[in-house]
Design a protein around this ligand. Structure first.
Ligand SMILES: Nc1ncnc2c1ncn2[C@@H]1O[C@H](COP(=O)(O)OP(=O)(O)OP(=O)(O)O)[C@@H](O)[C@H]1O
Length: 304
């Protein structure tokens, strides 16, 4: 379990992390979302003992990162996939990691296989790796010591669609086996698929947190019909507010069952009816992290 309590970090006059508190639990993937400069990396660096906080605390299993014996066997960290010696080969980087953690060298081959880096790729120098290959190597490095906790900053960055799919199943399996994952990303859709819990940060402050289902529950319904004007009229007649959705159709301010019930007794022919999840997260992200939202009230999910 990762516990962050009232964490604050200031650079000069600028408060990069402002009284941030959250918990990441075993068996769950916690998505850490926020726009550029929101304070995600700084928070993760503090948790991983790389940046000192001004105040507050960050512990892993109740212990500060620096106080964990052989930390790589407890916590896997990937903050910057390029932050390795560029002249070393992928295999050398993993071998040094294994040696430092006192692991058998067979672990290196296991990890290379896990992240699908071929023997010939593993002999190339890091400077010749693509970003996606660096991410794969970084994930291999984070998993080397078989830790129960993973802290990953933008791990999907640079991965191709197959790579993103691969990472998603890897992290899902890891969490389902009881692992704790804290993962930051700009890829809202990706986080939406992968995460159980969401933490949204804007200008150093947490603006929303809770289970994904709770946070998206209020997103309403995406509904499309052959005749959308007629649909809009029917919804409006039933007292359901609806606005045009970004990719066609209407976003109705009611759950799908309520919308379906209203439409069922009319001549409106629906072509789509579903929870407006995708649009919901993006809307929420933009709304909660816009420049004017610094003083916004935190939205708390019940199970946070
Ligand atoms: N060492 C530093 N010195 C001065 N300012 C810093 C330092 N590190 C981070 N900051 C500032 O703190 C703020 C938060 O940065 P941080 O890297 O944590 O954001 P982020 O949410 O990870 O952003 P991104 O998504 O762009 O990576 C930014 O305004 C950044 O400029």
């Amino acid at each position: 379990m990762i516990t962050v309590e009232n964490l604050t970090k200031t650079y000069g006059q600028y408060r990069a992390v402002d009284d941030v508190s959250f918990v990441c639990r075993p068996g769950q993937v916690t998505g850490f979302l926020g726009p550029n400069g929101a304070g995600k990396s700084t928070t993760m660096r503090i948790i991983a003992g790389l940046t000192p906080a001004d105040s507050g605390s960050a512990t892993i299993g109740g212990v500060r990162y620096h106080d964990i014996p052989n930390p790589g066997t407890q916590v896997g960290v990937l903050l910057d996939a390029s932050a390795q010696h560029a002249g070393r080969t992928g295999r050398e980087i993993l071998a040094i990691g294994a040696q430092t953690m006192g692991l058998s060298s067979s672990r290196v081959d296991e990890m290379l296989e896990l992240v699908a880096l071929t023997p010939s790729e593993s002999k190339r120098r890091l400077r010749d790796y693509s970003l996606g290959m660096r991410q794969r190597l970084g994930i291999a490095h984070a998993l080397l010591g078989d830790p129960k906790i993973l802290i990953l900053d933008e791990p999907a960055n640079g991965l191709d669609p197959a790579g993103i799919h691969w990472m998603r199943s890897l992290l899902r399996t890891y969490a389902d086996r009881g692992g704790t994952v804290l993962l930051s990303s700009h890829l809202l859709h990706e986080v939406q698929i992968i995460a159980d819990e969401l933490i949204v940060i804007g200008q150093g402050r947490i603006v929303a947190e809770g289970s994904k289902d709770e946070l998206l529950a209020g997103a309403g319904t995406l509904v499309k019909a052959v005749d959308e004007q007629r649909l809009a009229a029917v919804l409006s007649g039933a007292g359901i507010a609806a606005t045009p959705a970004a990719n066609g159709g209407l976003q109705a301010d009611a759950d799908p069952a309520a919308v379906g019930r209203v439409v069922a007794g009319t001549d409106v022919v629906l072509t789509e009816l579903r929870p407006a999840d995708g649009a919901g997260l993006e809307e929420m992200f933009l709304q909660l992290t816009s420049d004017t939202q610094r003083e916004n009230t935190t939205i708390q999910g019940a199970s946070a």
